[in-house]
Design a protein around this ligand. Structure first.
Ligand code: 13P
Length: 255
């Protein structure tokens, strides 16, 4: 992790929360998180609750965003939410390509690429999730799997689209499993991703790679010590105020 850079902590709150839970959770964050001066923190909430993030987190050091977006601009797409709508609610980050979506809704890499472009068009920061299954890792093909996920976007839009964006390496076997990748596994893949995206290009000013998958207060410190990781994407632990706050403290203080 580059110590001169602010670390990125993104909460993927998934389908959790309620009006009353969010109100106390967000108020708690507003009061207690202003001590984190060296972090870029973003909470990705379910769509209906974005207004609460806007209400409680405006004018704080905490940002918010969505967990998905439509690939379309607008129109007859029942159930979809556009990038422009997310922007209207002040979203800064948008998770795209999460494996829980690509598996359940058969999202293709081309679909994900189209969504990525929409997020960029509306000046938000995509958090593109990539990662391999356990079978793919055991077969030793994790790099080619991740490479093809990223290359679809590069092929359509060019490497430049990755300026002002985040790639989250989320091995599918580590999500919700209590079996986080080791710092070495995460490190190796993040170096691979950086080389792939930055190939033949000068350094991006703002391109970051984070790790997600069973991040908790216990393993956070080791992950934050990894040279090539710019931060973490947190699932379960992000909806537990104490655990989330603990992980942020570890990122802020390095202990
Ligand atoms: P867990 O932290 O619950 O394993 O979830 C990770 C994740 O999917 C974040 O996007």
């Amino acid at each position: 992790m580059n110590l001169n850079k602010k670390k990125i902590i993104i909460a993927n709150m998934k389908m959790n929360g309620s009006l009353s839970f969010n109100e106390s959770f967000l108020k708690n964050i507003k009061i207690n998180f202003n001590k984190f001066k060296n972090l870029n923190i973003g909470l990705c909430l379910p769509y209906p609750y974005l207004f609460q993030a806007q209400k409680f987190l405006q004018n704080t050091n905490i940002n918010w965003g969505g967990q998905n977006v439509a690939k379309f601009e607008n129109g007859p797409h029942t159930g979809e939410v556009s990038a422009k709508m997310l922007q209207e609610f002040g979203a800064k980050y948008v998770i795209v390509g999460h494996s829980e979506r690509s598996t359940a809704y058969c999202e293709s890499d081309e679909n994900i690429a189209a969504k990525f472009e929409k997020i960029k068009k509306y000046k938000m920061i995509p958090v593109l999730c990539v990662g391999e299954t356990l079978i793919e890792r055991e077969a030793g093909i994790m790099e080619s799997v991740v490479s093809s996920q990223i290359k679809t976007i590069i092929k359509i839009f060019g490497n430049e689209i990755f300026e002002n964006s985040i790639i989250a390496y989320e091995p599918i076997w580590a999500i919700g499993s209590d079996m986080a990748a080791s710092p070495d596994q995460a490190n190796k893949m993040c170096i691979f991703i950086r080389n792939l995206v930055c190939e033949n290009k000068k350094e991006f000013k703002n391109f970051n790679i984070i790790y997600g998958g069973s991040v908790n207060p216990k393993n956070a410190l080791q992950l934050f010590a990894s040279e090539s990781l710019d931060g973490v994407l947190i699932g379960r632990a992000s909806v537990n105020f104490d655990e989330f706050s603990h992980i942020c403290s570890r990122a802020e203080n390095g202990k």
